[in-house]
Design a protein around this ligand. Sequence first.
Ligand code: NAD
Length: 512
Amino acid sequence: MTTMTTPVLPSVGSLRAQARDALTTIGWRGDLGGPGAPGLQASTPITGDVLFSVAESTVDDTDAAIGQAAQAFTTWRTTPAPVRGALVARLGELLVEHKADLATLVTLEAGKITSEALGEVQEMIDVCQFAVGLSRQLYGRTIASERPGHRLMENWHPLGVVGVITAFNFPVAVWAWNTAVALVCGDTVVWKPSELTPLTALACQALIERAATDVGAPREVSRLVQGGRDVGERLVDDPRVALLSATGSVRMGQQVGPRVAQRFGKVLLELGGNNAAIVTPSADLDLAVRAIVFSAAGTAGQRCTTLRRLIVHSSIADEVVRRVADAYRQLPVGDPAADGTLVGPLIHEASYREMVRSLEQARADGGEVLGGERHDIGEAYYVSPAVVRMPAQTAIVHTETFAPILYVMTYDDLDEAIAMNNAVPQGLSSSIFTLDMREAERFLAADGSDCGIANVNIGTSGAEIGGAFGGEKQTGGGRESGSDSWKAYMRRATNTVNYSTDLPLAQGVRFS
Ligand code: NAD
């Protein structure tokens, strides 16, 4: 990779001060160690420096956190759901009040540009509002009984402790998707955030504890444990954790899923994506190119829904690639907190090395790479997004590289394009750009896109919380956030009540 220059970055001292100010304003009271002190090293991808060290949870801490959440569940499950909603409503109010503070921490730890960091906190506010409404809508069904004088119905009950494991790239929103919904459902939560984003986690925990104090709810309904894989594994293996909701790579899901299944726990997996967009000859190319650039280059390619594959009709491929590459050349790369920046840093060196390896493999497979240069300052990893014209969907295209690489392939027939869309092991998000209603409907039909999210004339990323979020195949099959995703956080009881004086048996069975 060639190296480019980029604007001067802020000093590590000023970044430390920003983090401390944000945590203090949010109301977090605790001790942070200096860099190198024992514990998790809270780094910033903006400069690559360690800001602070954060205490890591021991085996005993994790055991105690699960125990406290399990104890809190014994009263929380019978607290009326609308009263539980009041806690989530208060959390939403505090998030509105501290939106900018929390977004500052998201930018510092995950490297998101300010607008996207604010958007992530807005997503938390949105899901709190959704969950508050949900707290009065946890409906079961009444079903016609075949027996006279009988009533058949379904009741939804809380599950227990929900273990939440989250990834670095949505350090606050994914916690909120799970926690807001789990709490109104009557569950309690133990959260293990990514070891790469411990400061944002401290801030979220301070906010939920404040909300609990304000409304008189037990603070133990939401607990935080900090650490890496080993701390996560304690949640995975603990039988007191009724549901494990884990967000991260396919590799992590492959480790976690069977272990929870082994003890007959429930899992909700939100894993990697390898998202494609089809661009047809009828597409509004001005709109399509804008959507493609945001989906592929936004968040420096570090969203699970990032657009990674473009499947373009051969008649317009040259024009689409030229327009995307032109747009890429104009994207300001640099300090994510600076005005005008659209592409912030990669999370760490390993991520950058993976991007380099993938581009080398793509070249070896006959790909033509445009962009992808490194902007090198100190220890930080800033890159220009890359567009790669590929002669075919080779193995590297089937792999999720968590960096801004957009592979472009061509097609001649829509069935072929849909087959290419579906040819990867992951099944998270997908889009078609077309003004032809038949093509759009074909893409959304049962033999169209096989993904959990299929869009028309918008990109693959940037979902709203009202819909259920998640994907198929190696993406794990889980659904979080809106629609009826709440059902994953509850257990269903089927109840039959006999209010007659007889005892008729189902299916006409006689036993007398
Ligand atoms: P990661 O898999 O490295 O880590 C995710 C979380 O899992 C971390 O908290 C980590 O400590 C924990 N973990 C890892 N191995 C574990 C194990 N064996 N047992 C218990 N916990 C374990 O992922 P990452 O690099 O933080 O995030 C990027 C990945 O997450 C990408 O693949 C991305 O597509 C995916 N992701 C998916 C979604 C979604 O909703 N589908 C959302 C965000 C990110």
